[in-house]
Design a protein around this ligand. Structure first.
Ligand code: NDP
Length: 408
């Protein structure tokens, strides 16, 4: 047995049990004065390496089980970054779609009026996730500041640039995922240049994955939202996507109204669009075994997950059996949380780095994550298997710290 101390200290049993789980009521009023009640969660999973760190998700599908699995995943992802952050996750079953700014603000204020007592720059530091972007982080931070009477910048990440945010944080998850693909391809003496690429989703992660893939010479031909997919053989017009999604907050179907050559397919399956590189950047379980077969059959050679656990276990098996490069989210999308930790560093030192410097740090972190996963997989007899590499690398880091800290 390689690490007998882990069994002796019951690491598996302890690591699977969150340190703390908070569930609370969030009452708020809509614009017409009607009262609504939502449920919110914060799972503080593991703080062996630093304060709990992980996003808040606002989506009607949110319940404790989703937050727990995301929190568990987050513990090892954060360990992989090599930065001093523990793991946590939170969210609410609130649906921000179709809500006015004032309604979103009242909801965020109500949520933070309870959550603030569990947070702190040395305790628990939430960020964004699905349905929680800079607007929501602003309302959450404002209410935290108001009820604590502290300008504690490091308590939330994903903030606006003129109030403590980090340059390149918005871009970090998507850019990081593409840096990871670049490293996987480099390990196979290949590159992204000239590759045809598809990206699911059109939210924060998807938009900046497309941007970096294009900068590195790839041609992105399809993206999606929960209503359908757009296919643009000429290459997706990213400025138009940003205008539709970031500015106007409309559906992706609007893309084909503006660009007549593009096709919108309602409820279409993006994984049926032929490509060499596929980047799932929308949500969990969006890529099934059959989707994976279709991708492999049509010549896909690399998959990296910008989203959390988008590929089902059957899908992962298909990729691994086919021997294509497959980067699990735990490693491939760790650039977001890594840059959140860089935001915390800037807040702690009351400093603000340039975009170029922050992006260079991100690129270096992603290259290190890739190298560690690659070498650990080889050490444990699973060369080229990034799932094994990422799981073992993250687990060893957290477990060794837990052993060192005794039975707590
Ligand atoms: P956004 O809310 O900005 O975007 C999510 C995108 O995915 C939207 O295009 C959305 O479409 C689509 N989507 C959501 N749910 C579904 C669904 N059930 N079926 C199909 N499409 C869906 O979120 P992010 O981009 O921030 O997050 C995307 C993924 O990346 C998530 O898995 C998240 O956990 C993960 N992640 C995010 C990080 C970050 O820094 N933001 C960091 C690491 C991981 P629609 O608008 O129609 O709902």
């Amino acid at each position: 047995m390689k690490y007998p101390e882990f069994a002796e200290h019951k690491i598996i049993q302890r690591i699977c049990e969150p340190e703390r789980q908070i569930i609370f009521r969030v009452p708020w009023q809509d614009d017409s004065g009607e009262t609504h009640i939502n449920r919110a969660f914060r799972v503080e999973f593991n703080s062996a390496l630093g304060p709990y760190k992980g996003g808040m998700r606002f989506h009607p599908s949110v319940y404790l089980g989703i937050i727990k699995f995301l929190g568990f995943e987050q513990v090892f992802k954060n360990a992989l970054t090599g930065l001093p952050i523990g793991g946590g996750k939170g969210g609410s079953d609130f649906d921000p779609k179709g809500r006015s700014d004032a309604e979103v603000m009242r909801f965020c204020q109500s949520l933070m009026t309870e959550l603030y007592r569990h947070l702190g720059e040395y305790t628990d530091v939430p960020a964004g996730d699905i349905g929680v972007g800079q607007r929501e982080i602003g309302y959450l931070f404002g209410q935290y500041k108001r009820v604590t009477n502290r300008y504690e910048s490091g308590v939330l990440t994903g903030k606006g640039l003129n109030w403590g945010g980090s340059r390149a944080r918005r871009e970090a998850t998507g850019y990081g995922t593409v840096f990871f693909v670049q490293e996987m391809l480099k390990a196979r003496s290949d590159s992204l240049d000239g590759k045809t690429c598809i990206v699911s989703g059109s939210g924060n992660v998807a938009i900046y994955a497309m941007e970096k893939a294009m900068q590195l010479g790839a041609k992105v031909v399809a993206c999606s939202d929960s209503g359908g997919i757009v296919v643009d053989k000429q290459g997706i017009d990213l400025d138009l996507i940003k205008q539709i999604k970031e500015v106007e907050r409309r559906r992706i179907s609007a893309y084909s109204e503006e660009k007549k050559d593009a096709r919108y397919i309602e409820d279409g399956n993006i994984w049926h669009v032929p490509c060499e590189v596929a980047l799932p950047c929308a949500t969990e379980n969006e890529l099934t075994g059959n989707d994976a077969k279709k991708l492999v059959d049509q010549g896909c050679m690399a998959v990296a997950e910008g989203a959390n656990m988008p590929t089902t276990p059957e899908g992962i098996r298909v990729f691994q059996d086919a021997g294509i490069a497959y980067g699990p989210g735990k490693a491939a999308n760790a650039g977001g949380v890594a840059t959140s930790a860089l935001e915390m560093q800037q807040n702690a030192s009351r400093d603000s780095w340039t975009f170029e410097y922050t992006e260079a740090r991100l690129e270096e972190i992603m290259a290190n994550i890739h190298l560690n996963c690659y070498e650990t997989a080889r050490e444990f007899g699973a060369s080229g298997n990034y799932v094994v590499g990422a799981n073992i690398t993250g687990f060893l880091k957290v477990s060794k710290a837990m052993v060192a800290m005794g039975l707590i």
